[in-house]
Ligand binder design. Structure first.
Ligand code: PGA
Length: 245
């Protein structure tokens, strides 16, 4: 694991104000000195209100910035409260998280997610495509079926593989402190990679500096999507350091 290229994506969700940007100094300093930095890709996804100031702050740092969602229409339009990929790009975003379970829960369908992925790619932004089963579905042993359908519908008629990262995030592990058993995770990631060849697959859900030593043993994972722990720069740095220890 020590020399593997890995993504570390910080999903700040609906947290953070301008003063939170100060915490990035620590991450920038760490990353400038980190011996394994050439294997590490850090992407910060703050709320849209911080995109511009954050991308300005990270400009010289090799750390990228992404958004947490977007409207499905690539161009401008009369959609109150919405932001399209071009607008996100104009304030420095290079990635967009699409299909996060917190948005699926609010009614985002696979079809809508597919449209969002297409317009994001058209705007020359990269996609972090989230999939994952609920606890109920897991208990009914439906995980593979659910992932199959999310992948099939979400990636319908999309050929561009290099600009999409898949984030496997079991809904029951997000924000709960629970993570899948290593063997289960290995199997699931293997399954996803067999279904859709040549995609990078990340894991997300309660990743922390306490469990990363265990999670990093799942060798087919290409990185982590980190929510709660990413808002604390010390914890976020710890996760990266421990991954390469
Ligand atoms: P968590 O969130 O790390 O707080 O569980 C992960 C996510 O929702 O992307």
């Amino acid at each position: 694991m020590t020399n593997k290229y890995m993504y570390f994506i910080a999903n700040w969700k609906m947290f953070g104000g301008l003063n939170s940007l100060n915490s990035l100094n620590r991450v920038i300093n760490f990353f400038n000195k980190f011996k394994k930095s050439k294997f590490v890709k850090i992407i910060y996804c703050p709320p849209n209100t911080l995109l511009e100031s954050m991308s300005r702050k990270l400009k010289k740092s090799r750390i990228d910035v992404g958004a947490q969602n977007c409207h499905e229409q690539e161009n401008y339009g009369a959609f109150t409260g919405s932001i399209n990929p071009i607008m996100l790009k104009s304030v420095g975003a290079k990635y967009v998280i699409i299909g996060h379970s917190e948005n699926r829960k609010m009614g985002e369908t696979d079809k809508l997610i597919n449209l969002k992925i297409k317009s994001t790619l058209k705007s020359k932004l990269k996609v972090i495509f989230c999939i994952g089963e609920t606890l109920k579905q897991k208990r009914k042993r439906m995980t593979k079926k659910i992932l199959d359908s999310q992948i099939k519908l979400g990636l319908k008629k999309i050929k561009n593989k290099k600009d999409i990262l898949i984030a496997y995030e079991p809904v029951w592990s997000i924000g709960t402190g629970l993570v899948p058993k290593n063997n289960d995770l290995l199997e699931t990631v293997k399954y996803i990679k067999k279904k859709v060849k040549n995609y990078k697959v990340l894991y997300g859900g309660s990743v922390s500096s306490n469990n990363v030593n265990q999670l990093k043993l799942v060798h087919n994972i290409d990185g982590f999507l980190i929510g709660g722990a990413s808002q604390n720069s010390k914890k976020f740095i710890d996760i990266i350091k421990k991954t390469y220890n």
